[in-house]
Design a protein around this ligand. Structure first.
Ligand code: B12
Ligand code: SF4
Ligand code: SF4
Length: 299
């Protein structure tokens, strides 16, 4: 028999998130992803826009279907983690602000734990999983499906409250969404704007929400293993880890609050250490960054 969450249970789940400063949460039926997104994904691979990210070519059917990835899944609970914070310009000139004090993968799993515990009590036979950037799941699709934002020309999810500076995490669960609570996807809000496409220094953005990732600075500085490009020699590109250009120019990011997730926030003193290293290249704050996504990158 198909099980369904009650509205009260859903309210309790949202409350558990709220207690951890997570306000934007949604739920969707765990059906296969829409055909449009499937075809975008396959076209992206056939154009080799994934470069050396061969993992995107594996487990395609699981990526398109939560029920194949985790059998028994009936719903996808999606939450977003706002991460914007004011950091020294010398630092953000080189390092994307998505480098938060603690790695978002760990932070999202920590936030998801009380919810997983709650869900396990409702259905002890199923082990819900928290996925964040970690499995063949199209994270942005589920956030869009759950009504947490629209997909911008820069290919990112843009949320009404926090802009695009948000991480996305999904919990796969065995019960269907409560009646009338599932899915209210937003329509496109870019209108005639093309600021991100125009600003991208490598022409990686291709219009129609498509990205040639193999040309993206974020890919070149984080993912690419072979070293046939020397970004530092290109004057126009200061970034050495990630890139925020197509987000910085987006009007939807112009007036957003700083994150209230404590695990992400650098103190004023810690910001001074980041600034010092960015200016001098000396005294890499190894201890401070040991739980961040940077880890040992620049020791
Ligand atoms: C591989 C990857 C990268 C690669 C390639 C990115 C890419 N766009 O393909 C590289 C290294 C370049 C990268 C860079 C960044 N990434 Co990244 N990345 C991923 C990862 C692991 C997979 C993305 C993927 O499937 N790409 C494949 C292609 C085909 O997908 P796509 O271009 O995103 O296109 C899809 C959508 O646009 C969608 N789509 C297209 N049109 C429409 C229309 C509608 C209506 C809908 C619903 C969907 C839709 O369908 C397409 C096919 O699936 C996800 C985590 C995950 N598991 O999902 C994080 C993820 C997308 N990255 C994230 C972040 C934060 C970044 C950076 C901002 C980091 C940085 N500062 O450097 C940059 C942003 C660059 C950019 N403009 O996209 C976040 C994005 C959060 C958000 N607000 O959207 C994610 C979701 C991680 C997370 N869980 O939080 N990333
Ligand atoms: S992250 Fe940078 S290089 Fe990549 S699409 Fe955006 S502006 Fe272009
Ligand atoms: S900069 Fe303009 S086109 Fe690009 S995502 Fe933002 S609103 Fe959309």
């Amino acid at each position: 028999m198909t099980k369904q969450l009650s509205k009260n249970q859903w309210e309790e789940i949202k409350q558990l998130f709220k207690e951890q400063n997570i306000t934007d949460v949604g739920i969707s039926k765990a059906n296969d992803v829409d055909d449009l997104v499937k075809s975008h994904f396959l076209e992206y691979l056939s154009n080799n826009y994934n470069g050396e990210m061969k993992y995107l070519e594996r487990n395609i059917n699981k990526r398109f279907s939560p029920q194949l990835l985790l059998p028994g899944t009936q719903s996808v609970i999606t939450f977003i983690l706002p991460y914007y914070q004011n950091l020294p310009l010398e630092w953000t000139d080189k390092i994307s602000i998505y480098v938060t004090k603690n790695d978002y993968h760990a932070v999202a799993k920590k936030i998801g734990t009380p919810i997983v515990d709650f869900l396990q009590k409702i259905d002890p036979e199923f082990h819900p999983r928290v996925y964040v950037d970690s499995a063949p799941v199209i994270d942005k699709y589920w956030a869009w499906k759950a009504g947490l934002g629209f997909i911008g020309e820069n290919t990112l999810l843009i949320n009404d409250n926090y802009g695009s500076y948000v991480f996305i995490a999904n919990i796969f669960f065995s019960m269907k969404p409560p009646k009338d609570c599932a899915e209210s996807p937003q329509s496109d809000k870019c209108g005639n704007c093309t600021k991100c496409v125009d600003a991208c220094p490598t022409n990686a953005l291709l219009h129609n929400k498509k990205l040639n990732a193999s040309k993206c600075i974020s890919y070149l500085t984080i993912e690419k293993k072979s070293n046939d490009i020397d970004l530092k020699s290109k004057k126009s590109i200061n970034y050495i880890y990630g890139c925020d250009i197509c987000q910085n120019v987006c009007p939807y990011n112009s007036n957003i609050p700083q994150t209230s997730i404590d695990d992400f926030i650098f103190s004023e003193n810690e910001k001074k250490l980041l600034k010092n290293w960015a200016i001098t290249g000396k005294d890499y704050p190894e201890n401070l960054l040991k739980y961040s996504v940077l880890k040992k990158k620049f020791q």
